[in-house]
Design a protein around this ligand. Structure first.
Ligand SMILES: Cc1cc2nc3c(=O)[nH]c(=O)nc-3n(C[C@H](O)[C@H](O)[C@H](O)COP(=O)(O)OP(=O)(O)OC[C@H]3O[C@@H](n4cnc5c(N)ncnc54)[C@H](O)[C@@H]3O)c2cc1C
Length: 396
């Protein structure tokens, strides 16, 4: 067995062990809208929180393909935990791959997550800008040896346990003008406040609360990725590769869990007038067949794209951006359809809270909202294949 496949086998075994454990508490956290602190503790103990950090820095050394496979497996146990930890891991994976921090910054940061088991997260989505990532209402004004940060972030998954908030902001620098950048703001920094707003239909255990910055002082060396606003750089494609493909995997994990539930149910459920369980009915077989076909296509597309990325295939410009994002569009929409089909197989029993299927049904609906949303993805795909630049004006 190659070194890569041995590592992948080991990582998947860990994801499976965690998923089976987290599944025992998923319904309770969902029902009570509580945060699974014990899942985070377990992921820290086992190194899962450092999944994508190189082994030299105390991590498990996963590449993008390992990451996708692990997240797909973890989500089968508790989708909310998988999605929440995804928000910690995807940016890290991309950052490690790009190596875009100055050396002492990189060492300090990677060791904090790898050996210190710190949690990062936060800080992209805002009420003003939503999924239009790249433009931020949050302002960081350079004043002397620090930035003065003001703004509000929403959907801050993992909010109760984040040690280091990654806040994306518009940076005003008297010398360089307007830039966009990420500020690393430690928990406890004066002016930083988590406001508990999270009470949603699905993905309830992610505790994706609001984060408010009021005159927060952030040292200049806590800023990374300062760049001109609006342009698409290779680092954006890397960030979206790690984000889109792992998000695709999380929602595919929900679809797998739903389909497994439906297949098990169809194998044991036997209404009195029928001679055999409902899996022998053509309607059930055809519905399962459609769902399995969608699942196979989804997994193949996501994982082949991740593989191409890991093998160093070139993903350039808007064409590259479309190629790394399309699997997320395909996967999140297919996952909704697959869970709907699972519901159809199970029938009315599927809406009972004592079964996980109704939670899968609610959780899976969040998927299409993560960037790129359906509308924005269709625009990117349509324009790209028709040879129209995304930022070309007039837009329509
Ligand atoms: C469970 C969950 C956890 C999350 N965790 C995090 C997290 O940890 N950190 C984080 O930063 N974010 C997080 N997010 C935010 C998420 O990834 C998206 O950024 C957010 O859901 C977008 O919100 P919105 O749909 O209200 O945005 P909007 O962009 O306001 O979209 C609203 C609608 O308008 C359309 N629209 C908006 N802009 C355009 C446009 N330019 N062109 C065409 N149509 C447009 C959209 O398609 C959509 O239909 C999370 C979201 C969820 C659901």
């Amino acid at each position: 067995m190659s070194v890569e496949s041995e590592r992948r086998r080991r990582l998947l075994a860990l994801a499976g062990e965690l998923a089976d454990d987290f599944a025992t508490r998923a319904a309770e956290h969902d029902r009570n809208n509580t945060f699974p602190f014990e899942n985070i503790a377990r992921m820290k103990e086992t190194g899962y929180t450092a999944l994508v950090i190189p082994e030299a820095y105390g991590g498990l050394g996963a590449d993008l393909l390992d990451f996708c496979l692990c997240q797909e497996r973890l989500a089968q146990g508790c989708a909310a935990t998988a999605l929440a930890i995804n928000m910690h891991l995807f940016g890290l994976g991309s950052m490690v791959e790009r190596g875009d921090m100055t050396r002492p910054q990189a060492r300090r940061f990677l060791e904090a997550v790898g050996q210190g088991r710190q949690i990062i997260g936060g800080g992209i989505t805002e009420p003003e800008t939503g999924g239009n990532w790249g433009f931020f209402a949050t302002r960081a004004i350079k004043e002397g040896d620090s930035y003065l940060v003001n703004g509000r972030k929403v959907f801050t998954s993992l909010a109760p346990v984040i040690d280091l908030f990654m806040v994306m902001a518009t940076v005003e620098d008297p010398d360089a003008g307007f830039l966009s950048g990420t500020l690393l703001i430690p928990r406890g920094t004066p002016g930083l406040e988590v406001v508990e707003t999270w009470d949603t239909m699905g993905m309830r255990a992610t505790a994706s609360h609001d984060l408010i910055m009021t005159d927060c002082r952030v040292p200049l060396d806590h800023a990374i990725r300062l760049r001109t606003i609006g342009e698409i750089l290779p680092e954006d494609i890397s960030l979206f590769a790690w984000f889109s493909l792992s998000i695709a995997s999380v929602y595919t994990g929900i679809a797998i869990a739903a389909l497994n539930f439906a297949k098990a149910f169809a194998s044991r459920h036997q209404p009195l007038p029928l001679p055999r369980p409902i899996k022998y009915l053509p309607g059930v077989q055809f519905t399962i067949a459609e769902a399995e076909t969608l699942l196979a296509a989804t997994r193949a597309y996501t994982l082949e794209t991740a593989k191409a990325w890991v093998q160093g295939e070139e993903f350039v410009g808007e064409d590259g951006l479309r190629r790394v994002c399309m699997p997320k569009y395909f996967a999140t929409n297919n996952a909704i359809r697959i869970v709907d089909l699972a519901m159809e197989v199970v029938g009315a029993v599927g809406i009972f809270k004592k079964h996980p299927l109704e939670r899968y049904y609610r959780d899976v609906r969040a998927g299409t909202n993560h960037p790129f949303s359906n509308a924005r993805m269709r625009e990117l795909i349509g324009k790209n294949v028709l040879g129209i630049k995304l930022l070309e004006m007039p837009r329509w």
